[in-house]
Ligand binder design. Structure first.
Ligand SMILES: C[S@@+](CC[C@H](N)C(=O)[O-])C[C@H]1O[C@@H](n2cnc3c(N)ncnc32)[C@H](O)[C@@H]1O
Length: 284
């Protein structure tokens, strides 16, 4: 096999990423080959000997260099799937993570009638991941996604169009609730929750590529939960719910914050790795 066949390119990419100790080297090699060479996953199985042009090969070299310099694979490709939808990324949006899908499942489990025209508020919407994933499962719901970053708002708006959900989605620039009006059945949020002091210790993939404003939750990481717990009640219907993603070691502190603001914990959920990941509350 030479590196000018599809299979050869894949083996070459895999080898280079493995040598650089990239943990998901096989998956990354496959994604980068699909992206730069323009072939699907199926082609790798059915057409491994197809010949690759010089130009495509050069593009593969370029994307490999980016990955080797620490750029995460989905940033190179520019899109990432979340809850079966496709999301474009931009430099001011966090990459939606598979663990965040837990929040979508949890909210859906607590909605009695999926066909009700409920209203959802997504605080810190980023790419629009949570709001749009929920809208995709709730055919009559409407969602407002707010973010403090104008570029994130624009990206979320484009992602709504990409997934044909724009008629039920409003993107709003706001510092949390600042410019929000109306009431909602559900408030969801995956807010910044990393302690400021820990950010320098994160992997280069995260600290150099996810925007700092999407990560930094203040000295103890809990600033946003305090603000959300303090203000949500004004924006919730009776029996409304608040569902938040949390850091693996924050469940007790965050439950305490919400209790003090009159909320009752309905459920704690774990992610695929078995760590605490999401809390859902209702007003008592
Ligand atoms: C952890 S990211 C989550 C993004 C997206 N919801 C997701 O789950 O992939 C947090 C988001 O909150 C936004 N953000 C940070 N501070 C904010 C504020 N004061 N008001 C509104 N949004 C804010 C960031 O720009 C970022 O998009």
């Amino acid at each position: 096999v030479t590196k000018t066949t599809l299979q050869g390119c894949f083996l070459y990419a895999k080898q280079r990423l493995k040598e650089a100790r990239i943990s998901e080297y096989e998956l990354d090699a496959r994604l980068l080959c699909n992206f730069s060479l323009g072939y699907s996953k199926l082609d790798f199985v059915t057409n491994p000997d197809i010949l690759i042009s010089e130009k495509s090969y050069e593009l593969l070299e370029q994307v490999l260099e980016k990955r080797l310099s620490g750029m995460p694979v989905y940033r190179i490709i520019g899109t990432r799937d979340f809850y079966g939808l496709q999301f474009n990324l931009s430099s001011e949006t966090l990459e939606p993570r598979p663990d965040t899908e837990v929040i979508v499942d949890q909210v859906l489990d607590f909605i009695k009638d999926l066909n009700k025209p409920i209203r959802i508020l997504d605080l810190g919407t980023g790419t629009g991941a949570l709001a749009l994933a929920l809208l995709s499962q709730l055919p009559f719901a409407h969602a407002v996604g707010v973010d403090i970053s104008q570029q994130a708002i624009e990206t979320a708006r484009k992602n709504a169009i990409l997934n044909n959900l724009e008629e039920r989605f409003t993107a709003l620039k706001s510092d949390l609730f600042e410019t929000v009006s109306g009431v909602f059945d559900v408030v969801v949020s995956n807010p910044p929750y990393i302690q400021s002091g820990i950010i320098p210790q994160l992997s280069r993939e995260v600290k150099d590529h996810d925007p700092l404003i999407a990560l930094d939750g203040g000295i103890d990481g809990l600033d946003f939960y305090r603000r959300i717990a303090l203000n949500s009640s004004k924006y919730l219907v009776k029996n409304g719910m608040v569902c938040v993603e949390i850091g693996f070691d924050q469940a007790i502190d965050i439950t305490d914050i919400f209790h003090k603001n009159g909320y009752k914990l309905l459920q704690l959920r774990h992610d695929l790795g078995g760590r605490d990941r999401s809390l859902i509350f209702t007003l008592q």
